[in-house]
Design a protein around this ligand. Structure first.
Ligand code: FMN
Length: 373
């Protein structure tokens, strides 16, 4: 196995924490980074909000002081705005790597031609990538995408070739279409097809890696140059320890007992409190993680509920102290966590599928209130 090369950056192991809105903030990245190496991408940042220097957005791109290889994911639909945002990141030294999001399937985004709807417009995609690379200076720019809109409108092979032609440093493919959302299983075959079509730059595989074994299997079966891991890390930051071990050829796997899990939960909530500067906000944000951390452990419904509705660190810690610290890791619970649902249709702008080559730029409000991929 080789390290992952993104322009002049070299990443070992070839493992990427997937950008996840509302999850991969600096505290969560710290927890994952402490476990093992790789590249840890921040939450998605909207290019328009960035160039307008929206206060909340500027807060979201804060990195921990020790964070090396600061990686930002940008979302945008307008080549000019994307170019300006990239120039700002590069010129002001805000990050070491930029990823572009073309995978977001949420209706309010695709309805306006953004996210996973965008690569269907080949020339618009090309214009965005060109502006991004032109403004990035020496920063590597990568792109993350889905297979397409649905099985009748696949775009990933064209998008991969366009990425190469426009100087993108690597492409990541989530092996689902927009209509699949998070349902069904990721199509690793498509990752193999993309690897065959894109030989000049690294191809990263994404989708349904729940364990280090899954990562090895994906690399072996698709030939991809690295893996992007999202939901598998929810409540499992130590998956990065496993991924590092697996890439080094070791069979050692983290199997934390409930006490160690509780300590990680405490640390996660504490780091969130430091980052947000508000204990109340941090503890509320942490609630969504509780079920993921406890998945598979035997914990009574009342205690689970209290942990997931804590209003302060003290309340959370009191609940954590009641957990049976000696309870061993529950084997065989690498089961799906987080989003798992499918959709029955993809919302698109009127006439979007009529012409894959026109250069219509989606309306500016395609970037409003956008989160998630
Ligand atoms: C809560 C959540 C938020 C997400 N936010 C983003 C995002 O901001 N940008 C993006 O490119 N993908 C986003 N994704 C998609 C993931 O990066 C990843 O592509 C997807 O979850 C499939 O990988 P997995 O099976 O390893 O989870 C998000 C996924 C989840 C579950």
């Amino acid at each position: 196995m080789e390290s992952l090369k993104l322009g002049s950056l070299e990443i070992w192991p070839p493992v990427v924490l997937a950008p996840m809105a509302g999850i991969t903030n600096a505290p969560f990245r710290t927890l994952c980074r402490e476990q093992g190496g790789g590249l840890f991408v921040c939450e998605m940042i909207t290019t328009r909000a960035l160039v307008e220097r929206n206060a909340k957005t500027l807060k979201m791109i804060r990195f921990a002081p020790q964070e090396r290889l600061r990686s930002i994911q940008l979302y945008g639909v307008d080549p000019v705005t994307v170019g300006r945002a990239v120039r700002m990141v590069a010129g002001e030294g805000l990050a070491d790597h930029i990823d572009l999001n073309f995978g977001c399937p949420v209706p309010k985004v695709t309805r306006r031609g953004g996210g996973s709807a965008l690569p269907y417009k080949r020339n618009l995609l090309r214009a965005i990538l060109r502006e991004a690379v032109r403004n990035a200076g020496t920063l590597p720019v990568t792109m993350k995408m889905r297979k397409g809109i649905d099985d009748d409108h696949l775009t990933y092979l064209d998008a991969g070739r366009i990425a190469v032609e426009e100087g993108i440093s690597a492409v990541a493919l989530h092996g689902r279409t927009a209509i699949q959302h998070y349902g069904g299983t990721a199509d690793w075959e498509a990752i193999a097809r993309l690897k065959e079509a894109v030989t000049e730059i690294p191809v990263l595989g994404n989708g349904d890696i729940w364990s280090a074994g899954d990562a090895l299997r994906m690399m072996e079966s698709t030939g991809c140059d690295g893996v992007v891991v999202g939901r598998g890390c929810l409540g499992r930051p130590w998956l990065f320890r496993d991924l590092a071990a697996a890439c080094e050829g070791s069979g050692e796997r983290a199997r934390p007992a409930l006490g160690e899990v509780a300590a990680t939960m405490d640390r996660h909530a504490t780091l969130l409190t430091e980052a947000f500067g508000s204990e109340q906000h941090a503890v509320a944000d942490f609630r969504k993680h509780v079920g993921w951390y406890l998945k598979g452990f035997t914990v009574g419904a009342d205690l689970r509920r209290r942990l997931a509705t804590s209003n302060s660190l003290a309340e959370l810690r009191a609940g954590l102290a009641e957990l049976d610290a000696a309870q061993p890791w529950p084997e065989g619970v690498d089961a799906p966590r987080g989003k798992t649902h499918a959709r029955d249709r993809v919302h698109l702008p009127a006439g979007w599928l009529d012409d894959p080559y026109d250069l219509a730029v989606p309306c500016a409000d395609a970037e409003l209130d956008t989160s998630g991929g």
